[in-house]
Write a protein that binds this ligand. Structure first.
Ligand SMILES: Cc1ncc(COP(=O)(O)O)c(C=O)c1O
Ligand SMILES: N[C@@H](CCOP(=O)(O)O)C(=O)O
Length: 529
C-alpha cells in the first residue's frame, strides 16, 4: 500500500497514518512556546501549529484510485473547527439575524444584502504565519481540492463543506503578470502588474465564485433540498461559468441573456455546455429583474452575485495577489465594476488577510466603470449623496453594461473602507487602452481596458505615483472579445480615431510587392539616431 503521507507533503495538517501513527512526527524543538501552548490547548485539533514544511516525499497514487478517492482516504476531517453563516450585510452589531449556509436565502429580513460571516475567533486561533504557510504549501499541487486557488483557502471560503461535494476545475492560481513594457512606455511605472483572472477555465474571474456556488448546490442536492436547477442573468461571463460548472456536476443550468448584447464567444459557451439558454429582449438589468422573480417562484437556485456565496470564491483572488507578492501589500488595486460584487470581494479578501494577521494593511482600491454604464461613478462624484440607477448605454465593455448594480451597498462599503476611488472611461479611452496593452504583449478584454484607462488618468493626475506598486485586475480573456478588437483595428468604429489600430496590409501574391511593403515596414521600425 502507498504511504498516505504523499498528499500532505508541504501541508501543516497532520493525519493518522494507518500503519505508523501520525505524520509529520512531532518535533521536540520546532515550535515556539506560544504556538505549543495553543496546540496544547486544543488537543482534539488535527492541525499542528508547526509552520515548517515537511520534506518532499511524493509517491504515486495507486493506479485504481482517483484524486477524490485519495482525498477521501487520507484527508483529515477538520470541518468541525471552522464555520460560516449568512448575516445581513453591514448589520448593526446588536443584530442576531443569521442563516445557515444550507438555507436557500439571498436577502435579509429587511430586504437588504447578505454577507457570509466567518467564525473569526476560530480562525484567529492560528496566527498569520500559520495561514501564510498553509496557503503557500498548497499552491501548484494536484491534491483534491487544494489544487484550486479557491479551495486552497477552503477554511476561509466554505469551511464546512465536505471536499467530496466540491465541484472544481482547479480554478484560480492565475498569472500575476509584470506589465513591464506597458508600465514603462505609457506610464513611466516600473512596478505595474496585471492579475490575469480571465486566464481561467471559462475565461473570466467568475469561475472563482462559481466553483463555490455550484459546490454548495451539489451539497444541497445531496441533502435532498429542493434545487432543481441553477439560474442566472448574465452579460456573458457568469452564464459561461455557471453552465460549465453545472455541466461538470450534472446539474441543470438556466441562463437569461440580454438578446444581441453579448459577444458570440460568450453566447456559445452556455450553449455548448448544455445550459437552457433564454435570449431575452431586454438589457442585463431587465434579465436580472426577471431571474429574481423566477427564482422566488421556482426551485431554481440563484447564481448571480446577489448570492453572497459567490463572493467567497472571488475574494481569493485578493489573497492570491498578496501571496504572489510574498505577502507584501501593493499600493493600489484597480478593478472594473459592473454589478459590483467583485470590488467588495477584493476588499473582503484583503481585509480578512489583515484581520487574521497575514499582512498589516490593505491596498487602496479603485473601481473603474465605463462612462456609458457609470452609476457608481456618478454616485461617488455626488459625494455619495443619493444613488440613482441609470439606463446603461451600449459599451464595448459589454459585460459591465449594467445600470442598476445589485451590490451597490457592498461597493460603497469597500471603497469607503479602503480610501478608494471611482474612475470612468469613455469608449475611445477604453478601446485605446486595450490596444496599447495588447501592443505590449497582452491580449486583454475591453473591461480591463476600462481599468487601464482609470490607471492612466490617475497616473496623469499624479494620484498614483511612478513607483507605486499597482495591480490592475484583468477580468476576462481577450479571446472572448475579438469582434471589438477587429472593429478597432479595421478603423471601423464611428467617431473613433482608433489611434493604435494595426490593420493587416493587403498585398499581391508576388515577390516584388511583398518586398516593397516589407522594406517600407522595416524602415519605419529602424532605430532613430
Ligand atoms: C469581464 C467582466 N469584468 C468585470 C465585471 C464586473 O464585475 P462585477 O459585476 O462584480 O462588478 C464583469 C461582470 O459584471 C465581467 O464579466
Ligand atoms: N458581468 C456579469 C454580470 C452579472 O454579474 P454577477 O457577478 O452578479 O453574476 C456577467 O458576466 O453576467
Amino acid at each position: 500500500m502507498m504511504a498516505s503521507s504523499s498528499l500532505f507533503q508541504g501541508s501543516p495538517f497532520t493525519f493518522k497514518c494507518k500503519r505508523s501513527g501520525s505524520y509529520p512526527p512531532p518535533k521536540s524543538n520546532a515550535l515556539p512556546n506560544h504556538l505549543n501552548i495553543k496546540a496544547q490547548s486544543k488537543p482534539e485539533s488535527p492541525i499542528t501549529h508547526n509552520n515548517s514544511v515537511p520534506p518532499h516525499s511524493k509517491q504515486r497514487r495507486p493506479a485504481d484510485e482517483n484524486i477524490r478517492e485519495e482525498a477521501r482516504r487520507i484527508n483529515v476531517d477538520h470541518r468541525h473547527q471552522f464555520s460560516a453563516k449568512y448575516v445581513p450585510f453591514n448589520a448593526d452589531p446588536s443584530s442576531t439575524e443569521s442563516y445557515s449556509l444550507d438555507e436557500i436565502v439571498y436577502r435579509s429580513r429587511s430586504g437588504g444584502l447578505l454577507d457570509v460571516q466567518h467564525d473569526m475567533e476560530a480562525l484567529k486561533k492560528y496566527d498569520g504565519g500559520y495561514w501564510r504557510n498553509l496557503f503557500d504549501s498548497r499552491v501548484g499541487k494536484t491534491t483534491w481540492p487544494y489544487g484550486s486557488g479557491v479551495w486552497s483557502k477552503k477554511e476561509w471560503v466554505l469551511p464546512e463543506i465536505d471536499s467530496d461535494d466540491i465541484v472544481s476545475a482547479f480554478e484560480g492560481n492565475s498569472n500575476l503578470f509584470w506589465a513591464e513594457r506597458f508600465g514603462k512606455k505609457y506610464l513611466g511605472m516600473n512596478d505595474l502588474w496585471v492579475k490575469h483572472c480571465g486566464i481561467s477555465h471559462t475565461g473570466s474571474f467568475k469561475d472563482l465564485g462559481m466553483t463555490v456556488l455550484v459546490s454548495q448546490v451539489n451539497r444541497l442536492r445531496k441533502m435532498e433540498r429542493p434545487v432543481v436547477g441553477v439560474g442566472c442573468a448574465s452579460t456573458g461571463d457568469t452564464s459561461a461559468a455557471l453552465s460549465a460548472y453545472c455541466a461538470s456536476a450534472g446539474i441543470p443550468s438556466i441562463v437569461f441573456l440580454p438578446a444581441n448584447r453579448i459577444s458570440i464567444a460568450q453566447l456559445v459557451q452556455p450553449i455548448a455546455n448544455g445550459a437552457f439558454v433564454l435570449s431575452i429582449d431586454t438589457d442585463f438589468d431587465g434579465c436580472m429583474h426577471l431571474i429574481r422573480e423566477v427564482t422566488a417562484e421556482l426551485p431554481i437556485y440563484l447564481a448571480n452575485s446577489l448570492n453572497s456565496l459567490r463572493l467567497e470564491g472571488q475574494k481569493t483572488a485578493a489573497i492570491e495577489i498578496l501571496q504572489q507578492f510574498d505577502w507584501e501589500v501593493p499600493d493600489w488595486v484597480i478593478v472594473p465594476g459592473g454589478n459590483l460584487g467583485n470590488i467588495y470581494a477584493f476588499y473582503k479578501g484583503f481585509r480578512m488577510c489583515k484581520d487574521l494577521g497575514l499582512v498589516d494593511r490593505i491596498p487602496r482600491l479603485v473601481c473603474a466603470q465605463a462612462a456609458n454604464a457609470n452609476p457608481l461613478y456618478l454616485y461617488y462624484k455626488s459625494g455619495w449623496k443619493e444613488f440613482e440607477p441609470i439606463r446603461a448605454k451600449t459599451t464595448f465593455a459589454s459585460a459591465i453594461q449594467i445600470g442598476d448594480p445589485v451590490s451597490i451597498d457592498r461597493a460603497v462599503f469597500a471603497l469607503q473602507n479602503s480610501d478608494g476611488i471611482v474612475e470612468e472611461a469613455t469608449e475611445e479611452e477604453l478601446m485605446d487602452a486595450m490596444a496599447q496593452a495588447d501592443s505590449t504583449g497582452m491580449f486583454i478584454c475591453p473591461h480591463t481596458g476600462v481599468a487601464l484607462s482609470a490607471l492612466i488618468k490617475l497616473r496623469n493626475s499624479g494620484v498614483i505615483k511612478p513607483t507605486d506598486r499597482t495591480v490592475v485586475v484583468s477580468t476576462a480573456h481577450g479571446l472572448k472579445f475579438t469582434q471589438s478588437k477587429t472593429d478597432y483595428h479595421s478603423g471601423a468604429i464611428k467617431d473613433m480615431a482608433c489611434r493604435y489600430a494595426n490593420p493587416p496590409v493587403q498585398v499581391k501574391a508576388d515577390f516584388g510587392s511583398v518586398m516593397d511593403v516589407l522594406k517600407k515596414y522595416l524602415l519605419s521600425q529602424a532605430p532613430k539616431h
